[in-house]
Write a protein that binds this ligand. Structure first.
Ligand code: UDP
Length: 354
């Protein structure tokens, strides 16, 4: 272990690592780094390196542990044996059990567990390299990994610590400041500023404590921005994939229906201008997806296949059947499209695996 420095803040007001007293360390966030996890995040914060994997919501076994009205959150904070100067004995320790517990509690107010009764959401936070502030770093990474997993949350959770060295409050302690400082106050909060974790080592006056909380708040605000940026970057990439948006979908539905209606009609609708046909198909699409399939009289005529006279003779029951036939045909078309898309997707993933 390194020796205690004589001074933590130099005559220019800078800390040992060159930071201002209210400056946080450089942070890098990478999302979706583990393919088997439902959500994952790799986060570097100064010399801390943290990997978080989220699994779930998934059915909890054994069933006796299930909660009838909500999902269970499990959070495991673990330091790799090689993450610190002196090798840590693998397995849970008093410290890691405590950090796991308080970190889980930091998320309980934001995760909408009531949506998943009987389920479990597992968060595994692995510290690969530690340099003070690992619990807060793990919380920041877990927050992003939970969002990546699509776990419904009221908002993100951000965390950082304030400490005291040379009688001065400093934001986001490095290892020397953490190990030899006079105080350490790790805090996690929601994006609305609600504190969900607060621990403290050492001494602070009430005034210092109030000021320290303000500094934590500002630190968390900056971290929240970085978390949001990372998530935006990830989901901006996803939107680059050929996922049809609502407008495109409407056009596809209209086109598919148009084909079906054209086949079913022999009629002279072909004379109608294209724009109007699309409009009519749109109307039919809306009509078909309505649960109540009571056909409108003019649409019954439109469904007639060969004989206009026969269409007039159709009673309401027949008309219903006709409409349902068209609907079935339409559903088949959509299914075929989906199958094609799935095939393309499977072929894509097979190619990737190769
Ligand atoms: N540390 C260590 N060995 C341990 C526990 C901690 O070397 O068994 C170091 C590690 O760098 C850690 C720092 O001490 O980040 C501060 O630990 P603390 O318990 O305050 O938790 P943290 O600040 O990491 O949340």
């Amino acid at each position: 272990m390194s020796d205690k420095p004589e001074k933590f803040i130099d005559e220019n007001g800078l800390r040992l690592d060159g930071r201002q007293i209210n400056e946080i360390r450089q942070m890098k966030i990478k999302i979706g780094v583990l393919s088997r996890a439902d959500g994952s995040c790799y986060l570097e914060w100064g010399n801390n390196k943290i990997l978080v994997a989220v699994y779930g919501p998934r059915e909890l076994h054994p069933r006796r542990l299930q909660k009838a009205d909500s999902a269970l959150i499990r959070y495991r904070y673990n330091m790799a044996a090689f993450s610190v100067e002196e090798r840590i004995r693998p397995g849970p320790s008093r410290r890691s059990i405590e950090i796991s517990k308080v970190s889980r509690e930091a998320f309980e107010p934001v995760i909408m567990t009531h949506l998943y009764p009987g389920a479990v959401i597992d968060v595994f936070a692995e510290v690969l390299q530690a340099d003070a502030g690992t619990r807060t770093a793990a919380i920041n990474a877990a927050s992003v990994a939970l969002a990546d997993a699509g776990i419904p949350m009221k908002g993100l959770v951000s965390a950082c610590a304030v400490g005291k060295v040379d009688g001065q409050l400093v934001l986001d302690l490095n290892k020397a400041e953490d190990n030899y400082g006079q105080a350490d106050l790790p805090v996690a909060m929601t994006q609305d500023g609600e504190i969900t974790l607060l621990q403290m080592d050492g001494d602070m006056t009430q005034e210092e404590f109030r000021k320290a909380l303000e500094m934590c708040k500002e630190g968390c605000r900056q971290i929240l921005e970085m978390q949001k940026e990372a998530l935006k970057a990830k989901f901006a990439d996803d939107t680059a994939l050929p996922v049809p948006d609502e407008a495109e979908e409407t056009v596809d539905v209209a086109t598919a229906l148009e084909d079906v209606v054209e086949e079913a009609e022999e009629a002279a609708d072909s004379e109608e201008p294209e724009a109007e046909e699309t409009e009519e198909a749109d109307e039919s699409a809306e009509y078909l997806i309505e649960e109540d399939l009571e056909p409108a009289p003019e649409e019954t005529e439109a469904e007639d296949v060969e004989d206009e006279t026969a269409a007039e003779e159709l009673d309401e029951e027949d008309a219903d059947e006709e409409v349902l036939d068209v609907e079935e045909e339409f559903i088949e078309l959509i299914d075929e499209d989906t199958e094609d898309e799935e095939k393309v997707a499977t072929e894509g993933s097979e190619t990737r695996e190769q």
